[in-house]
Design a protein around this ligand. Structure first.
Ligand code: ACO
Length: 321
């Protein structure tokens, strides 16, 4: 028994913030942002627009693409760092919106690696026969935890959602999944406030992302290189066997380093960071949806999905589309 992606969907808020807009907000330049990150613009949720709103729109598109009715879904997993409420989970809120009653629904929190984590969990549910049709979503409103006066972080992030329908299948499907974490690096990339710690800052609207960008960059490049090797070795594959790299979209230089490790030309790498910025858990499913809808990714192609994020967490999924 395999699990197979049968439909993808994506959604971006209407409001766009360009690098030139950011030049009016902090001391930065379009040239600096493009050169260091590859980002040109990002989408930002409107007033009152929530992670669940984005998740719902992406989910409905994925369900339509798969030709699956909401009533058939028997598992919902939402990867997010920016839940609508402390509880219930955004997965439960999404379940309510979709009018699904009964099946398991829960959130996964692995920051930018969240979708890779969620897809791995859903794959295991399906392979063990615990679910047949899962809705797996990555959705974020990182703009709400961005310090818009801090130029070292505010130029990097954006909002959005991506979703897939994952179904039980005799044909592959997901071939292998690889998850890792090392919590000792928590302070290099974090929001230092939460419910049981520094909650006053949350109340006062001062819960913002903080990052040691240089350290994160070095660790991400090294770690993603290693996970490429791990994934190929586990499947007895060579570098040339991968048709498409669908990476987490944090920085074009990190993406290019992973592509180089795979000896892949950039034409075989799905890049959306220029248009979306870093949308954390939404970035991989959004990139996947873009390349499926524009016809680059075809049925039968071999895809390597990978991500790195706060925790640190990192992981990969190798699959036949
Ligand atoms: N505009 C202009 N100058 C800036 C800006 C800006 N927006 N931000 C920083 N600078 C300045 C710095 O102050 C520094 O100036 P100095 O030399 O006078 O001190 C100079 O630019 C260089 O700064 P660096 O931090 O060394 O720049 P770097 O080339 O490392 O790029 C970046 C920074 C883009 C953040 C990079 O380190 C990066 O992409 N890191 C990884 C991010 C990532 O992958 N995160 C993981 C996922 S995110 C998640 O999990 C939520």
């Amino acid at each position: 028994m395999y699990s197979r992606i049968t439909g993808t969907g994506g959604f971006l808020p209407e409001k766009v913030l360009t690098n030139h807009d950011l030049e009016q907000m902090v001391e930065t330049s379009d040239a600096w942002i493009r050169e260091r990150t590859g980002i040109e613009k990002r989408h930002v949720a409107g007033e009152g627009e929530t992670t669940c709103d984005l998740a719902e729109a992406a989910s409905r598109r994925a369900l339509a693409a798969a030709g699956v009715d909401v009533a058939e879904i028997d598992l919902i997993i939402v990867a997010t760092t920016t839940a609508d409420k402390i509880f219930p989970s955004t997965a439960c809120l999404l379940q309510k919106r979709l009018g699904i009653h009964g099946p398991a629904a829960f959130d996964v929190q692995a920051v930018c690696s969240g979708f890779v984590y969620a897809l791995t969990v859903a794959d295991k549910f399906i392979r063990t026969g615990s679910a047949k049709k899962a809705l797996v979503v990555g959705a974020e409103t990182l703009s709400r935890i961005t310090d818009w006066s801090d130029r070292s972080t505010c130029v990097l992030f954006g909002d959005g959602a991506g979703a897939v329908v994952l179904e039980a299948s005799d044909e592959p499907g997901i071939l292998s999944t690889h998850l890792h974490a090392d919590g000792k690096y928590d302070e290099l990339l974090h929001v230092p406030t939460g419910v049981s710690q520094n909650y006053d800052a949350v109340r006062q609207g001062r819960a913002f992302m903080e990052m040691q960008g240089n350290d994160v960059f070095r660790f991400a490049v090294r770690t993603l290189g290693k996970i490429v090797d791990e994934t190929l070795a586990a499947n007895d594959m060579k570098k040339g066997d991968i048709d498409w790299l669908v990476p987490h979209q944090a920085n074009i230089r990190i993406i290019a380093a992973t592509a180089k490790k795979l000896n892949m030309p950039m034409e075989r790498v799905v890049v959306t960071v220029n248009e979306h910025g870093n949308t954390s858990a939404a970035s991989v499913p959004l990139a996947l949806d873009v390349a499926v809808r524009d016809g680059r990714i075809q049925r039968g192609d071999t895809l390597l999905l990978e991500a790195f994020g706060g925790g640190f967490t990192w992981g990969s999924v190798l699959l036949k589309y």
